[in-house]
Design a protein around this ligand. Structure first.
Ligand SMILES: *Cc1c(COP(=O)(O)O)cnc(C)c1O
Length: 422
């Protein structure tokens, strides 16, 4: 990619720039070298099975797992016993929602979730509909936030679970989790949150937020892939869930299977680093994000930020460039790794359902870019990316008759377009 020569500047890149540049930290993050270092002994030296109760190898592995459990719990104000290890947040979302649905079937069959959730939540809910559960898919406001009055109206006497993410993976919007938790608690309804994107980026406290279940994963906070957890509240109320994987009864019967000890050690270390560094790191990353936003909006007109700027993850910028074609836009910056408004399920070229739920048309969704700025991005990279984009968008717009008309002050909405059949 870096030798494509499409900007002709590979021989004289600005100092500190190495291509390609990674700015897709909502998809995954590089593993922090400190995390890798913590994991390494658990592949070779301390390779034991944490469930082996009668020798040193097992005890060492178990002790390491318990340390990690505490590190993870501490980042969200939980206790170690409330952390159940899984293979990642997709499994955690499935376990939370299917686990509650089965366990509380006698009590009711109604679940509430917004339309902007991750597919791991939405597709799980869709599956449950096939088995007789009723799901209310809440719309969101144009800024991406759930309307609390609409949520209040959605509760019925059959509601057993509300599942609302803490932070959105496309637009970075932070939902009012504490207020939602309060509404659920008042009604005796369990509250699950997919907290993957929020973990380690913004403060989370399961007690202040009245969270009953929360899905977490290591690889979005500089830990390894394939290692996640589900927080399951043990007191006030004691939450019970049915298992979806049966076997040796690991994780207090909620999730059988030999624990991924090196992954879990890495997950714990990643949480500890984030807990200690979050205040400074989030401020630094938010400043980089704002720098990118200011440069783009300062140099280009007809660009729009998607989702609330006020309630937002520090590293997220989701921005639409009107009057440019989405595919050409991405091709123009192919030495920068970002996601487009069409690529969340990259196999298809569907426009993003999250952007559409904010009221964006297909064209605008396609010409949108999600930036995920993270721990290892630098100011020099932000400046390089901003300049590249400004260049590419300006060039593409020179070729756009629509943009020309807008510049001349023609109101495109008042034009009667000639179409076939007229
Ligand atoms: C990445 C992500 C997931 C899936 O997590 P995995 O550990 O990759 O299965 C779920 N929810 C959100 C919001 C995510 O960003």
């Amino acid at each position: 990619m870096s030798s494509n020569g499409n900007n002709g500047t590979n021989g004289n890149l600005p100092p500190g720039i190495k291509l390609p540049i990674y700015m897709d930290n909502h998809a995954t993050t590089p593993t922090d070298p400190r995390v890798v270092e913590a994991m390494l002994p658990y592949f070779t030296q301390h390779f034991g099975n944490a469930a082996s109760r009668n020798h040193q190898f097992g005890w060492e592995a178990e002790a390491a797992v318990e340390t990690a459990r505490e590190q993870i719990a501490k980042l969200i104000g939980a206790t170690a016993k409330e952390i159940i290890f899984t293979s990642g947040a997709t499994e955690s979302d499935n376990l939370a929602i299917k686990g509650v649905a089965e366990m509380y079937r006698e009590k009711g069959n109604h679940i509430i979730t917004p339309v902007t959730e991750h597919k791991a939540v939405l597709d799980t809910c869709k599956r449950l509909e096939k088995y007789g559960y009723k799901v209310t898919y809440l719309p969101v406001k144009p800024d991406g936030l759930v309307d609390l009055n609409q949520l209040k109206d959605a509760f019925t006497d059959k509601t057993i679970l509300v599942s609302i993410m803490a932070a959105n993976n496309e637009i970075g919007v932070l939902q009012p989790v504490a207020e939602i938790g309060k509404l659920c608690r008042e009604r005796g309804v369990l509250f699950h949150s997919d907290a993957v994107q929020a973990l380690g980026k913004v403060p989370l406290d399961v007690n202040k937020m009245n969270l009953d279940l929360a899905s977490l994963t290591a690889h979005k906070l500089y830990g390894p892939k394939g290692c996640g957890a589900l927080y399951v509240r043990r007191r006030n109320p004691r939450v019970q869930i049915s298992a979806i994987i049966d076997g040796g009864g690991h994780e207090r019967g909620m999730r059988s299977g030999t624990l991924n000890v090196p992954g879990i050690v890495g997950f714990g270390k990643a949480c500890e680093i984030s807990r200690l560094e979050m205040p400074q790191e989030s401020a630094r990353i938010a400043a980089l994000r704002d720098r990118l936003k200011d440069k783009l909006t300062g140099a280009l007109d007809q660009v729009f930020i998607n989702g609330s700027m006020e309630h937002r993850l520090p590293g997220n910028l989701n921005i639409s460039f009107l009057y440019v074609e989405g595919e050409s836009l991405l091709m123009g910056i192919n030495d920068v790794a970002v996601s487009s408004g069409s690529a969340c399920t990259s196999a298809t070229l569907e426009p993003s359902y999250v952007l559409k739920s904010l009221g964006l048309g297909d064209d605008v969704a396609h010409s949108s870019i999600r930036f995920g700025i993270g721990r290892f991005n630098t100011e020099a990279e932000v400046d390089y990316v901003a300049n590249r984009l400004i260049e590419v968008v300006s060039k593409l717009r020179e070729l756009s008759p629509l943009y020309e008309m807008v510049k001349e002050g023609i109101d495109l909405s008042k034009i009667q377009w000639q179409t076939e059949g007229h």
